[in-house]
Design a protein around this ligand. Structure first.
Ligand code: BDR
Ligand code: CA
Length: 309
């Protein structure tokens, strides 16, 4: 799989899970502007790889702004750096020379088997890939994205951040005719980082686990301040978990449209769960997470990553 992300606290744990689980072959980590600017998201991806000891996966920077909209970052949630909390040293993991979209294209065309794309930020890179290089389509096994919601949003009443930041890109991806799985807020809000979860991280006793505790502490205080939620939802790793073990996330097929013009609802995912529109399903929409097994999977991943001091 290729992880396309905008780290981001929950993206950071998605990187760790994707790199650690033996059932996945993580071919690349690509970055996109979203939670923070592209430069900061890319630096953060390299920081995460450095502290987690992930040294053999290329990290490439992609698009620095949405297809049409102005970039809106989430510094209220992720802080000024995009990954506030721990003190990071200078990353030792290098930046690949290739643009993320070129790297994705090359990896897809070169790989003997179809590859799963896991976008956990705005869909700008993936949409650009599909728009400019349609020849890759048969090499994409599936797109398992964190974004959207069957219910309310988090950046606007009905807009989820990743879709809201680049709705035109999301529209292109949902209408591409490829297998898409949507891991939306309705399911990610089942994975709440409770004090018990933080205690499990802390009990691992490694510098990496301690950094995760610090990340979750910052993330939790931001969620409390902005949303009044005591325990923050860990969105992005759920998309990775779905690829590792599909039985962790129950999905239903449904038509999904991205609202591009609504006066109050631009960036909303309109999910026709009751199939009232007559449209054909274009996505598997996640509804339920096996919460205990998800946390076991993540803690196990953190146990297996050696990290670096
Ligand atoms: C999504 O938005 C970002 O802030 C998170 O990293 C996640 O990908 C949740 O709406
Ligand atoms: Ca993200």
């Amino acid at each position: 799989m290729i992880l396309d992300c905008d780290p981001g606290h929950d993206d950071a744990l998605a990187i760790m899970l994707a790199a650690a689980d033996a059932r996945l072959d993580l071919l690349a980590i690509t970055t996109v502007a979203g939670n923070t600017t592209l430069d900061k998201a890319t630096l953060n991806a390299r920081r995460v790889c450095t502290i987690a000891g992930i040294s053999r996966v290329p990290v490439a920077a992609g698009c620095d702004r949405p297809l049409v909209a102005e970039l809106r970052v989430a510094d209220d949630i992720h802080g000024e750096s995009g990954l506030d909390g721990p003190a990071f040293g200078e990353p030792t993991v290098p930046l690949a020379g290739e643009h993320a979209v070129a790297l994705m294209r090359r990896l897809l065309l070169d790989h003997p088997e179809p590859v799963t794309l896991v976008p956990t930020g705005p869909l700008t890179n993936v949409a650009t890939l599909l728009r400019d290089h349609p020849e890759v389509a048969p090499k994409i096994r599936e797109i398992v994205l964190m974004g959207g919601s069957t219910e309310r949003g988090n950046i606007s009443p009905y807009g989820e951040f990743n879709i809201f930041v680049d709705p035109e890109a999301a529209d292109l991806v949902f209408r591409a005719g490829l297998p898409v799985t949507m891991i939306g807020l309705n399911v990610t809000h089942q994975a709440l980082v409770t004090p018990d979860v933080v205690a499990r991280f802390r009990a691992l006793g490694t510098p990496l686990a301690e950094a995760c505790v610090e990340l979750m502490t910052f993330f939790g205080s931001a969620y409390e301040r902005v949303f009044g939620l005591a325990d923050p939802p860990l969105h992005d790793p759920i998309a990775v978990a779905r690829v590792i073990d599909p039985s962790l996330v129950a999905c239903v097929p449904a038509p999904v449209a991205v609202e591009l013009t609504g006066a109050h609802t631009r960036g909303a995912t309109v999910v026709d769960l009751h199939r009232r529109t007559g449209a054909l399903p274009n996505a598997q929409v996640a509804l339920d997470l096996d919460v205990p097994r998800f946390w076991d999977l993540l803690v196990d991943a953190l146990t297996r990553l050696s990290g670096s001091p």
